[in-house]
Design a protein around this ligand. Structure first.
Ligand code: FE2
Ligand code: FE2
Length: 311
């Protein structure tokens, strides 16, 4: 999965596009009042999530020594700001009847600065892995789910361009995970001891519940997209090339704990409580278990070739 950085930078610059490239005068698909309200609200939140992603890449650009890497991450910052503008524009595109003023989710607004500060202060191996997870679930799964849910020609065309950018982001997120694994680097400043973690813990549950889990349950009731995300993360983290990354080692420790009988019992109890108290179903997490990914009676392979990681 090694990335040629010069070619990647050239691709990043070549594949830039503009929000103005689309015809924003198009009429959106007809929506019921309830659906118009919810789609506008989702896109307003999405425009902030894209800003969060941009801030994370800018923080990374400032922290890396390699000038090509820094230049790549600066283009990612520009990509995410463009995604933010596109999401805000899509909110306006669907706001045909102006039923209300759409404002961003409050826990999300509190979560964003805490998370950006956390990314700034933790070891870069942890920072890049938080970014990888955030991109897979918020920047990609949520946006794709929302796009499929609304099923509008302009939205589809815009999200197709955004997804093109996201494929570069994910390739680099994975490259950085390997980069920090190569010499076991980047593991200083463990996030669990960072004071910003408390801000993330305080605002994260409300943010993820309202902006991610509940909408995803509407967009993708079968949880097919979330199961796919779980499988991708597990297969990637099981590769030998990332095993020495300190963030991956912590992930593997957590998986091992959850796959003991006591861990499974505890995980099952927490999932059941979440379903009953908050109506949020975490069943998709099982898709990342050893038995789901590799089949019954099999252990995770010590080495996965890149071809097995899936995309
Ligand atoms: Fe994005
Ligand atoms: Fe992204």
């Amino acid at each position: 999965m090694s990335v040629n950085l010069d070619k990647m930078l050239e691709r990043c610059e070549r594949e830039q596009w503009r929000v103005a490239d689309f015809d924003w005068t198009a009429t959106p698909v007809p929506l019921s009042p309830e659906r118009e309200r919810e789609i506008c609200a989702y896109y307003v939140n999405m425009s902030y999530i894209e800003r969060l992603a941009g801030a994370l890449f800018l923080a990374l650009a400032k922290r890396v020594d390699d000038p090509t890497l820094a230049a790549i991450f600066e283009t990612f910052h520009a990509d995410e700001l463009r995604h933010s503008h596109a999401a805000a524009r899509l909110a306006d595109h669907f706001d045909v009847h102006h039923y209300q003023v759409y404002t961003p989710n409050i826990p999300m607004l509190r979560f964003i600065p805490a998370f950006v500060d956390l990314i700034d202060s933790v070891g870069p191996a942890y920072a890049t892995n938080f970014i990888l997870g955030g991109e897979l679930i918020l920047d990609i799964a949520l946006l794709r789910g929302l796009n499929a849910y609304v099923d509008d020609p302009l939205s589809r065309a815009v999200i197709e361009k955004i997804n093109q950018d996201e494929s570069r982001h994910i390739a680099m997120d994975m490259h950085m995970t390997e980069y920090f694994a190569a010499a076991g680097r980047g593991g200083d400043a463990n996030p669990w001891l960072d004071r910003n973690w408390w801000g993330v813990l305080t605002w994260g549950p409300g943010f993820f519940a309202e902006v991610f889990f509940r909408p995803m349950q509407r967009f993708d009731p079968s949880q097919a997209q979330m199961r796919d995300v779980m499988r991708r993360i597990r297969r990637f983290y099981d590769r030998a090339g990332v095993a020495a990354n300190p963030a991956v080692r912590e992930f593997q420790g957590l998986v091992a704990l959850l796959e003991t009988w006591a861990g499974a019992l505890l995980g099952g109890a927490v999932a059941e409580l979440s379903r009953r108290l908050f109506g949020i179903d975490f069943d998709f997490v099982r898709a990342g278990s050893t038995v789901s990914v590799y089949g019954p009676g099999e252990a995770a392979p010590a080495v996965l070739s890149p071809g097995n990681v899936g995309s």
